[in-house]
Ligand binder design. Structure first.
Ligand SMILES: NC(=O)c1ccc[n+]([C@@H]2O[C@H](COP(=O)([O-])OP(=O)(O)OC[C@H]3O[C@@H](n4cnc5c(N)ncnc54)[C@H](OP(=O)(O)O)[C@@H]3O)[C@@H](O)[C@H]2O)c1
Length: 292
């Protein structure tokens, strides 16, 4: 019997890797996007032998149209039912003072975090629609990984937050458009998660600080340093990637998934404060935490 098929991006490490392995455990057939062949082998090796036949690493850089086409053609060939779900997880951070962030770097971030996600979603729609059409009473799922940074703009990673706000807006609008096609669009928004994302952020911050010109405001230098300390704490207090994988498992199993989910105590706390406190209080808290 053919099992439900999922395409998930950014499966080499972190949330994507944990999710690919958990979803295979759950009985799904998972096409897992990676960018290097050695990551395909590592992922396969991490999967129990009796399930490995349901895990298919596919070379997929979401900024490359030819990768998207090839990955979807492979799925089209192998999955008569089309795609039950797409999970757009690939993404990265870019740190620094907005004023000194290189525009080419910012555009490259948007190419992956926003346009890559949008391009893959658009290209995958025929396969999602095919699943929905051949399973009356069921819905296909398009799940986008946002962030607590989809709701709250945090200093020193302005473009990252812009990309994640954009993901949330796109997802909400798409949810309405695709409702009658029985494709449910959901955004899952994690707080701090202990993955390579955190050391990568620390490196990106250190590079941004080192590249500040001599006449940059002192408040930038001290703010970047203070933010670096806060990021370091996420290494200790962040949730495990499995927390996001478990949320994805529930979303994918749900008949009526909500449009948005927040994952992690820190994310719940920040969003609660954002919604309950007067804006000026909340912003004062943010500045005290992350600027100097
Ligand atoms: N960790 C957190 O605290 C946190 C919080 C909120 C949201 N998120 C979001 O969660 C998602 C996963 O992050 P993570 O924490 O698991 O970090 P991670 O371990 O750094 O994983 C990021 C994944 O995205 C892939 N990727 C990056 N650019 C890509 C591209 N152009 N095409 C295809 N894949 C690409 C990476 O592949 P390579 O190995 O090939 O680079 C890697 O597999 C991201 O969207 C991130 O923004 C993370």
């Amino acid at each position: 019997m053919q099992t439900k098929t999922i395409l998930l991006t950014g499966a080499s490490t972190g949330i994507g890797r944990a999710s690919a392995l958990l979803l295979v455990d759950e009985g799904y057939t998972v096409f897992a996007g990676i960018r290097r062949t050695e990551d395909a082998e590592a992922l396969k090796n991490a999967c129990p032998v009796d399930r490995a036949s349901r895990l298919h690493p596919v070379l997929l850089d979401v900024t490359r149209e030819e990768d998207i086409r090839a990955a979807l053609a492979t799925i089209d060939e192998r999955s008569r039912d089309g795609l039950y779900a797409v999970v757009n997880n690939a993404g990265f951070n870019l740190n620094g003072a907005f004023e000194y962030t290189n525009e080419a770097d910012a555009r490259s971030l948007m190419e992956t975090n926003f346009f890559g996600l949008a391009g893959l979603s658009r290209a995958a729609l025929p396969l999602l629609r095919r699943y929905a059409a051949s399973h009356p009473g069921e819905t296909a799922k398009l799940v986008n990984i946002g962030s607590i940074g989809s709701y709250i703009g945090v200093p020193w990673e302005a473009y990252y937050h812009a990309s994640k706000f954009a993901v949330l807006g796109l997802s909400e609008a798409m949810r309405h458009e695709l409702w009658h096609e029985r494709v449910r669009v959901v955004t899952v928004c994690p707080g701090g998660i202990k993955t390579d994302f955190i050391p990568k952020t620390e490196r990106s911050l250190a590079a941004a600080n080192a590249q500040l010109p001599g006449d940059a405001p002192d408040s930038y230098r001290s703010g970047l340093a203070k933010f670096g300390e806060a990021v370091g704490k996420a290494t200790r207090f962040g949730a495990a990637p499995d927390a996001v994988a478990q949320r994805l498992r529930k979303v994918l199993a749900s008949k009526h998934p909500r449009s948005q989910y927040v994952v992690g105590m820190d994310a719940g706390l920040f969003l609660g404060m954002r919604r309950l406190l007067p804006e000026s209080w909340f912003h004062a808290v943010m500045r005290r935490q992350f600027t100097a």
